[in-house]
Design a protein around this ligand. Structure first.
Ligand code: NAD
Ligand code: ZN
Length: 364
């Protein structure tokens, strides 16, 4: 048996207002003449947060367009522009949700690795360390702040650059930064974390390491999405404590899947996202809503959360698809072998046949 020996994030800072320490943190990471690049979610363009970014000399702020989830072409174009303008850079700092953090990780890697980021979609293909990189989440749930991957849509596949060089050197977990996230978005990305926990805790790959983190993250999700809204009858109000908890739930959920794997909802939602561009958080919700057969308790609780928080989950999104389109989704989904194996065991191919998966897609 070969145990996974995984690389973690280098440094972690947690707390309200910890963003203010960014300047101090970066001080020793600056190389003479080379700029720090701040890749910032476009939501923050013209917002207060931008004024708090410690921009020095030739540093540069780039607003990341996250209308679509990150593509390899976008990563390559940012890296090419930076090389052209500066030769090299001191580091790349990603400030935003999962999309911006993934983009920052990938750009940092592509500052030193040759060719296209599409060449590195897969496992352990990245050849050399990238430049220094830090991640600062402004939206909680994906666990992208702790993971060893950066999920990219490339010319032929949607797959991460999974490698020991991918985790951030530093993360700053400042829950204050998540206070403006719209209610639905907070729920969808929060549910990404909830689903990570259910899929990890009910997976065949589970061990005590994953369980410890998964159970804690699950408890925090329950406090945030069930107990808290219930207390304030209506659930439209939000508070600081929820932001604090959700940020730690995201971190712990990410740690849980680092040593296990996700499952059915992720495998199926990857198909949706590849074909229809459905975003990760909402896509997982659309799928999970129909997974009673696989996660009966989790789905029941999920529906309770949807109700309590007054969230709309889209339905019938596959109603107008052609046979060919169904087959594309089925093939993408069945290609996610480790996810199926974690969810259904080594005999998963006998359980999740193409016909069964097609019937599931038809329900979405
Ligand atoms: P996102 O980063 O795509 O952002 C969603 C929306 O929220 C955007 O419109 C953004 O502008 C907005 N937003 C972000 N912060 C905000 C704030 N503080 N206030 C107001 N609006 C804000 O959403 P996400 O769910 O965090 O990330 C999804 C992405 O993460 C997908 O690309 C997915 O593939 C990736 N992902 C990566 C990993 C990993 O391990 N690397 C894991 C899960 C998901
Ligand atoms: Zn996820």
């Amino acid at each position: 048996m070969q145990f996974r020996n995984f690389k973690l994030v280098g440094y972690v800072i947690y707390g309200r207002g910890s963003f203010n320490q960014l300047d101090q943190i970066l001080e020793t990471k600056r190389s003479e003449g080379l700029p720090m690049i701040f890749l910032v979610d476009h939501f923050f363009n013209n917002k207060e947060l931008v004024k708090r970014i410690p921009v020095k000399e030739n540093d540069k702020i780039i607003f990341a367009d996250v209308t679509y989830e990150p593509k390899t072409t976008y990563v390559d174009s940012i890296a090419a522009e930076l090389k052209e303008e500066f030769g090299s850079v001191s580091g790349v700092i990603g400030i935003g949700g999962g999309s911006t953090m993934d983009l920052a990780k990938a750009v940092a890697l592509m500052m030193t690795n040759t060719g296209s980021s599409a060449d590195y979609q897969g496992w352990d293909l990245v050849k050399v360390p990238g430049v220094y990189k830090a991640g600062i989440p402004t939206l909680s749930g994906t666990g992208a702040e702790v993971s060893r991957t950066t999920v990219l849509t490339g010319p032929t596949k949607k797959l991460g650059m999974n490698s020991d060089f991918t985790p951030f050197d530093q993360i700053i977990l400042d829950p204050e930064l998540t206070s403006n996230v719209p209610k639905d978005q907070r729920f969808y990305t929060g549910m990404d974390c909830y689903i990570h926990c259910i899929e990890s805790l009910q997976g065949t790959f589970l061990n005590e390491f994953s369980k410890s983190y998964g159970e804690k993250a699950l408890q925090l999700c329950r406090e945030v999405f069930i107990e808290n809204p219930a207390r304030r009858s209506g659930g439209d109000k939000w508070d600081k404590e929820n932001d604090d908890k959700l940020m730690m739930a995201s971190y712990a959920g990410g740690m849980s899947i680092a040593y296990s794997q996700v499952g059915v909802a992720h495998a199926v939602s990857y198909g949706l996202s590849y074909l229809l561009g459905t975003k990760h958080g909402i896509g997982n919700c659309i799928v999970f809503n129909h997974l009673e057969e696989y996660y009966p308790d989790g789905v029941k609780e999920f529906k309770k959360m949807v109700d309590k928080n007054n969230i709309h989950i889209p339905k019938n999104i596959c109603a107008a698809l052609t046979e060919e389109q169904f087959q594309v989704m089925i093939n993408v989904s069945l290609g996610m072998k480790p996810l199926w194996e974690n969810a259904l065991g080594t005999d998963w191919e006998k359980i999740m046949t193409k016909e069964k998966l097609r019937a599931l897609y038809e329900k979405l």
